[in-house]
Design a protein. Structure first.
Length: 160
C-alpha cells in the first residue's frame, strides 16, 4: 500500500529562522492582537511575505453564524493578492494566541485554508513555505501546502 510522507523543518525557536522569516513570524504573532474571536477565544494571525519585500497581515474574524467568519490565512492572502496582484508570494506565517490553553506549539491551517493556500500556490506558479508557530516553542516550516493537502483538488481538475 502506498504511503504518504513529506519532510519539514522544526526549529526550537524563532531565533533559528533566517531574518526574513523571523520578521514574518513576528508580524503574524502581532496580527493575533487584532483578531476578533469572541466565541472560540482562539486568536489567529497570519502574515504573507511578497517577493517585493512587503508584508501583508491578516487575522481571524469570527461571526455568530460560524460559516460567515474568515480565517487569518485567507484574510492575509486575499489582502496580499488584492494589494499586489502582479507580485508573487514568497512565504506565509501563521501563529495564534489562546485564552483556553498555552500557545506553545504550532497550529496548522484548517482544511478550507489548505485548499485556499493550494490555489494561491497554483496562482503563484511556485510553491511557498508555511511557517507555523505558537507564541513560544517550536517553529515548523513546511515547504509547500501540497504536503498538508495530498490528493488536492485544483483548477486542472475542472478543465481536464
Amino acid at each position: 500500500m502506498p504511503v504518504f510522507q513529506f519532510e519539514y523543518e522544526e526549529f526550537q525557536s524563532q531565533d533559528e529562522l533566517r531574518p526574513s522569516f523571523q520578521e514574518l513570524l513576528t508580524a503574524a504573532r502581532n496580527a493575533c492582537q487584532h483578531a476578533h474571536a469572541p466565541y472560540s477565544h482562539f486568536f489567529v494571525g497570519s502574515a504573507v511575505l511578497m517577493k517585493n519585500g512587503c508584508i501583508v497581515t491578516g487575522f481571524n474574524i469570527e461571526n455568530a453564524s460560524y460559516p460567515v467568519g474568515i480565517c487569518a490565512e485567507r484574510t492575509a492572502l486575499a489582502s496580499a493578492i488584492a494589494q499586489f496582484p502582479e507580485d508573487q508570494i514568497e512565504a506565509i506565517a501563521i501563529s495564534y494566541q489562546s485564552e483556553i490553553h498555552p500557545s506553545d506549539r504550532p497550529a496548522f491551517p484548517c482544511g478550507m485554508c489548505r485548499q485556499f493556500i493550494s490555489e494561491c500556490e497554483d496562482r503563484n506558479q511556485e510553491a511557498f513555505p508555511l511557517i507555523l508557530a505558537g507564541e513560544i516553542g517550536p517553529v515548523v516550516v513546511v515547504k509547500t501546502i501540497k504536503n498538508l493537502l495530498p490528493f488536492y483538488f485544483g483548477g486542472k481538475d475542472l478543465s481536464e
